[in-house]
Design a protein around this ligand. Structure first.
Ligand code: P53
Length: 473
């Protein structure tokens, strides 16, 4: 058998993209609540258009999402029916600390997640918790300027301490930040950063990144102190950059782009800033402020494993200008690859390449925590979807993952597909960009019964899990 006997098969979601119930049981307002569907979304999530409160002109899909806050028992029962070994979900920071800077956590928030965890454990599903999946309290945006402020590192420590203490003995796997490198592309959604005109964006961002890296190291430290059995992982939006040609300048551009992403993991997995980044910061005059203890904290608290999302590879050239606007993370068109309906390039071999690159670089266990196809579905009158396109995508990627394990010897802990149940898209806010094995009756503007139904891929994935990845037909 290719995959280890205890291989963790499952699916992954994020609080704001599935829970809804944005204002109940004391929950505070978060950045992710304020990202509307439609043409303004892009400017808002990158931190260029200000959206600090709801207005009447926009539709905000996270307010209700797919109402998993109220329906999680039924949804987890469906995951269990597919045979999930693991369920990756995230915690809404504002359920635990509604403003972010309180002294004591909100009991209703903690007990909601404890119930959710217990529901998983009932079916022997291992909970894998993302501590923050783009989530950030709006109070900390307005009063502290988001992750640019070092005080936020302390607030984050309060959050993780509350979580680790409460769930001790029940939860073994944690991720500190979802797609930590998304701060480069979407600074408001990824890190609560809004940029005023004339601000040195790169400088602010470098400081925010440093603060997040410190928060991540402190979380690892606190986790291991509270419960030595906890495994903490970092999480990268992965996908190798290919050079546009064999021209050395293009190769160099690709190396630079890859380093800009791996920089985060370099610090989280090795415990220190790589020279190429220190030199770049010096050159640009944007070296973040660091405290005396920082170097030691980073060095002593590296992650136990490396997790990442993989949807596609990217391509870059030294003089390229034809960047594809469909992608939040920029890429030029790769003529050798097909594209999805949303313009994401499909590249299963790139998955194997990416896994090898990460494993070569860090030599720590890997965990694939997102992969999948966002596509339009056409359900019949019973809500059944014949989603062979989704099955094909997943099959090809699982095969590539098998090769990475079988032929290249990558040490792999598990695989969770993105959005096992249809949910709101992070990039576009649409509901119609569906990833699920389970269909949810809801459209881009909140119409629909929210009823759940099984797609063809539901039965397929069940078989994949039951055979530990051997039966992919
Ligand atoms: P959607 C950009 C690039 C790579 C992954 O994305 C990204 C993004 C943000 O769109 O997000 C991750 O929903 C993220 C999930 C997200 C998923 O990929 O735009 O961790 O929250 O839903 C898929 O199709």
């Amino acid at each position: 058998m290719t995959f280890r006997e205890d291989f963790l098969w499952g699916g992954a979601t994020a609080a704001n993209q599935c829970e809804g119930a944005y204002d109940v049981d004391g929950r505070g307002l978060a950045n992710v609540d304020l990202c509307p569907v439609g043409p303004d979304r892009q400017e808002i999530i990158i931190g260029r258009k200000k959206m600090f409160d709801f207005d009447d002109e926009h539709f905000y899909p996270a307010k209700e999402s797919i109402d998993m806050y109220n329906r999680y028992k039924g949804d987890i029962a469906l995951f269990a029916e597919m045979g999930f070994k693991v369920y990756r979900f995230s915690i809404a920071w504002t359920r635990i600390f509604p403003n972010g800077d309180e002294e004591a956590p909100n009991e209703k928030g903690l007990s909601f997640y404890e119930d959710l965890i217990d529901e998983c454990l009932k079916y022997n599903i291992e909970p894998l918790i993302t501590i923050t999946h783009f989530d950030f309290p709006m109070h900390l945006v307005k009063e502290y300027g988001g992750w640019r402020n070092r005080k936020v590192v302390d607030f984050y420590q309060n959050l993780v301490r509350a979580i680790f203490e409460r769930f001790k003995g029940k939860v073994k796997y944690y991720l500190t930040f979802n797609e930590i490198n998304v701060i480069l592309a979407a600074s408001f959604m990824g890190a609560g950063l809004y940029f005023e005109d004339g601000e040195d964006v790169e400088k602010v961002r470098a400081q925010a990144i440093h603060n997040e890296l410190m928060a991540s190291a402190y979380a690892t430290k606190i986790a291991h102190e509270i419960d030595p059995d906890i495994k903490v992982g970092c999480m990268l939006a992965a996908g190798e950059y290919y050079p546009a040609s064999m021209k050395p300048e293009d190769i160099f551009a690709a190396q630079k782009a890859n380093r800009d992403n791996y920089f985060f993991v370099d610090v989280q997995a090795r415990g220190y800033y790589p020279n190429y980044k220190l030199k770049e910061y010096e050159r640009l005059g944007i070296m973040p402020e660091m405290k005396e203890e920082d170097a030691k904290i980073l060095r002593e608290n590296t992650v136990d494993f490396i997790s990442f999302s993989y949807y596609t590879t990217r391509a870059i050239g030294a003089d390229a200008t034809n960047y594809d606007e469909a992608n939040l993370i920029k890429t030029i068109e790769n003529p050798y690859l097909e594209k999805t309906e949303w313009g994401w390039q499909v590249d299963p071999l790139g998955f194997r390449i990416t896994m090898n690159e990460i494993y070569d670089r860090y030599q720590k266990p890997l965990f694939v925590v997102e992969n999948g196809l966002g596509a339009k579905d056409n359900p019949d009158e019973n809500g059944y979807v014949e989603d062979d396109y989704r099955i094909d995508y997943l099959r090809d990627h699982i095969k590539a993952m098998k090769d990475a394990v079988d032929l290249d010897g990558v040490d792999l802990l598990g695989y969770t597909t993105w959005g096992p149940i249809d949910l709101v898209s992070a990039g576009t806010g649409e509901m119609s960009k569906r990833y699920g094995f389970i269909y949810v009756d809801r459209d881009d503007y909140g119409k629909g019964s929210l009823a759940r139904s099984k797609k063809k891929s539901f039965y397929w994935y069940k078989k994949v899990i039951a055979s530990n990845g051997e039966d992919l037909d």
